[in-house]
Design a protein around this ligand. Structure first.
Ligand code: MTE
Length: 300
């Protein structure tokens, strides 16, 4: 195979600008897929759906965090203005032990464990991230939720001084997300404090963000300052913004398209070819039972 030296060739001439910076990864992917063509189909699936972590550089520079703007590079550029120490988390609603907890008390000296999870954004891109976090199920029982606690609502910091996006009407602020209690208590649901063995950078939602790997990325709310136990489903930001496009459940589902685009495929950041999106983002075995008997077209 003839490969021209970089000096002979301006990569922008042959590849769209977004992708030419990733030409090396593309060549690697092409080599893997070339080899995969010789394997039986089941092996191809295994070989192509590996959980190879997305490079740290991409995880920390290609972000959605509208409090710092809607561009993918805005959060890395401007989230430095967020002050994460000290940090307090308010616990409210249907529980016996509400209060204001400084972060260290809120986490109650649990040690963060590493979890390699796929994150699939509703926009069609995905990443694989080695999170550091504590299962939410280890933290919530301490506040003694009552029998009326059917849902958990999460709220991001509201402070337009620190978060320039909140000076605009980009979204209704503060950013709010919610889970049904059994989803919140599922062992896959993580409160992340770090990734790649380091503390979270602000653009990834420092000092504390949710990670729900079987749901579209917008459920994984960043920089959480409040947790509230509720009886009714919380009103969530993207659902308020565009109810026909973003439902409460937001389970990754290749069979239910977004009204404006298909959800069947995804492009993993750092790769060239798109891959099939898996039901529940690949976690069906663990979580499909939570939705037994529900119509997932209505409850999207
Ligand atoms: N949390 C807040 N507070 N504000 C946001 O704009 N964006 C969500 C989610 N959490 C968002 C948020 C979306 S759409 C995605 S895909 C993930 O964060 C992206 O997380 P990452 O930038 O760490 O990859």
């Amino acid at each position: 195979m003839l490969i021209q030296k970089p000096a002979d060739l301006d990569p922008s001439e042959i590849t769209p600008p977004e992708l030419y910076a990733r030409r090396r990864e593309f060549l690697k992917t092409a080599a893997v897929l070339g080899a995969a063509a010789l394997l039986p189909p089941s092996m191809v699936q295994a070989a192509t759906d590996d959980l190879k972590p997305t490079p740290y550089k991409d995880v920390t520079s290609y972000n959605n965090f509208y409090e710092f703007g809607s561009g993918k590079t805005d959060p890395a550029e401007s989230a430095g203005s967020l002050k994460i120490k000290p940090w307090t988390v308010a616990v409210e609603g249907h529980c016996e032990k509400p209060g204001q907890y400084v972060l260290e008390d809120f986490l109650a000296s649990h040690t963060a464990e590493e979890r390699l999870y796929r994150l699939r954004c509703v926009e069609g891109w995905s990443m694989v991230i080695p999170w550091l976090g504590i299962p939410l199920a280890k933290i919530l029982p301490r506040f003694q939720p009552t029998a009326s606690a059917k849902y958990v609502e999460f709220t991001t910091l509201l402070d337009p001084e620190q978060m320039p996006g909140q000076r605009t009407r980009l979204l209704p602020w503060p950013y709010i997300e919610g889970l049904r209690m059994d989803e919140a208590m599922h062992p896959l649901t993580l409160l992340a404090t770090g990734l790649y063995g380091k503390e979270l950078l602000n653009q990834n939602g420092a000092p504390l963000r949710l990670v729900v790997p079987w749901k579209y990325g917008f459920k994984s709310i960043k920089s959480i300052v409040k947790i509230r136990f509720t009886e009714q489903p919380p009103a969530t930001t993207w659902n308020l913004e565009a109810p026909s496009e973003y439902g409460f459940y937001a389970n990754v589902n290749p069979d239910v398209d977004h009204p404006r685009w298909s959800q069947k495929k995804e492009r993993r950041i750092g790769e060239f070819f798109r891959r099939d999106t898996l039901p529940f983002n690949g976690y069906a075995e663990q979580v499909a039972g939570l939705y037994a008997g529900m119509d997932l077209r209505k409850n999207f």
